[in-house]
Design a protein around this ligand. Structure first.
Ligand code: NZQ
Ligand code: ZN
Length: 392
């Protein structure tokens, strides 16, 4: 087990009607003038936004609501919102929505607190976040885990770059999670959420670090839970038990717990981000598209690890390590197919890519020859190209 620091400070307020505790939560973290961020309208249609605004009105808390965050949230929206938040004198940012909304709220918080910095420079790692405004959220989709994570992912729409920023300043102060709010999700969003939740654990599970029994057990239990309740959620999005399990797994999967004591990999996430950056596809869909190709390319690095995944998560009884590893990969790819997630480029809807397009994806993913990705198997630009080719 490697050394680690575990710091997951977000206060989780979980369960039915918890959105009615939002003003109390904001007061606890000294919010007085609130910017409320939301997406393309699902929270308007569901009535959630109204329930939230009613509380602000009743308690005379000054607020300004800014809607219109798109999936694969854009830098341009965040920058405009920062100007509005500064003009309003905001001291707290509340996200009412899913990962894209929460990530935008984090970006607004950094921008307001650091007016002298060009916002994208934080994502380019040219600047380090050293202060921010507090952020709280009311989660509407179990997927990205942004409600308790230390990261924020933005897309620079001018360059087509999609980049993540990890910093402890990205940890929300509180996360309100009412599974009933997710009842209105369309099936495809539940599917992409299931994939993303699994991938946050898998991108930590496939690690070069040896021996980490408790963390492994936590990860394997989470994966089994998501597989089981994911199917139930897809059968009935009003199944409170299933939606609750997904919601809690979504947060635990990405708050750091499932990878403690080990080096994480996250290559599939990086490969997927290029697909979203270039083709604007849903994050979860990009991950299911790439995972099988990544796994087939990498598993020989440590087939025992894939065999463990097969035995503990899928219950595969196969003594031959390599056979068990291959079956484990097939199992997950088949599961993705069974829940309607794409597993190759044509299923993703971007068609078959030509040679130059595949090379372009690899170049972008390698940040134009300046980085490798992954740790389970370290991948250079050529390896990235090979993986895109398998997924094609
Ligand atoms: O915009 P609205 O109208 O609200 O509709 C959204 C959107 O179209 C809809 N939706 C959300 N909750 C709903 C709902 N529709 C009906 N009922 C509800 N209760 O779902 C659509 C997708 O929303 P989005 O926020 O994009 O989804 P998700 O939570 O999957 O977030 C994806 C983004 O998060 C990033 C991804 O890269 C992507 O940009 N990630 C963020 C991470 C983090 N900050 O820690 C980690 C992840 O790995 C991921 O990279
Ligand atoms: Zn993800």
């Amino acid at each position: 087990m490697n050394n680690f620091v575990y710091w997951a400070p977000t206060e989780v307020i979980f369960g039915k009607d918890t959105e009615l505790q939002v003003t109390a939560a904001i007061k606890k973290f000294n919010g007085n003038r609130i910017i409320i961020v939301y997406g393309g309208g699902s929270v308007v249609r569901s009535g959630l936004l109204n329930r939230v605004l009613e509380q602000f009105k009743k308690e005379n808390i000054p607020y300004k609501a800014l809607g219109g965050v798109q999936p694969n949230p854009r830098l341009g929206f965040a920058k405009k919102a920062i100007e509005e938040a500064k003009a309003f004198g905001a001291d707290f940012i509340l996200a009412v929505g899913a990962g894209s909304v929460i990530d935008t709220a984090k970006a607004i918080a950094h921008g307001v607190a650091n007016p002298e910095v060009e916002l994208w420079d934080f994502w380019l790692r040219k600047q380090v976040v050293e202060r921010s405004l507090p952020v709280g959220c009311i989660l509407t989709l179990s997927a990205a885990g942004s409600e308790t994570s230390n990261s924020s992912v933005l897309t620079n729409e001018e360059t087509g770059e999609k980049r993540g920023l990890s910093t402890d300043f990205n940890r929300p102060k509180f996360a309100i999670m009412n599974p009933e709010i997710t009842y209105t999700l369309p099936k495809e969003q539940i599917t992409y959420g299931i994939v993303d939740i699994m991938m946050h654990t898998l991108d930590r599970y496939f690690t070069p670090t040896k021996g980490n029994a408790f963390t492994d057990e936590v990860a394997e239990a989470l994966l089994r839970t998501v597989i089981h309740y994911g199917e139930k959620a897809l059968q009935n999005s009003h199944d409170y038990e299933a939606m609750s399990e997904l919601m809690w797994c979504g947060s635990i999967s990405h708050n750091g717990l499932t990878g403690l004591g080990a080096v994480s990999d996250f290559a599939p996430h990086q490969l997927g981000h290029e697909l979203s950056g270039k083709f604007d596809v849903a994050h979860g869909a990009s991950l299911s598209t790439i995972w099988g190709a990544w796994a087939n390319y990498c598993y020989e690095e440590n087939p025992e690890r894939f065999a463990q995944f097969g035995k503990k998560v899928w219950g595969i009884e196969e003594e031959d390590t390599k056979k068990c590893a291959v079956r484990a990969i097939e199992k997950l790819v088949d599961y993705f197919k069974s829940i309607g997630a794409p597993t190759c480029f044509s299923e993703l809807g971007i068609g078959i890519q030509d040679e130059e397009s595949l090379r372009d994806l690899a170049r972008r993913c390698a940040f134009y020859g300046t980085r490798t990705i992954g740790s389970f198997k370290v991948l250079d630009e050529k390896a990235m190209y090979e993986i895109y080719k398998i997924a094609n």
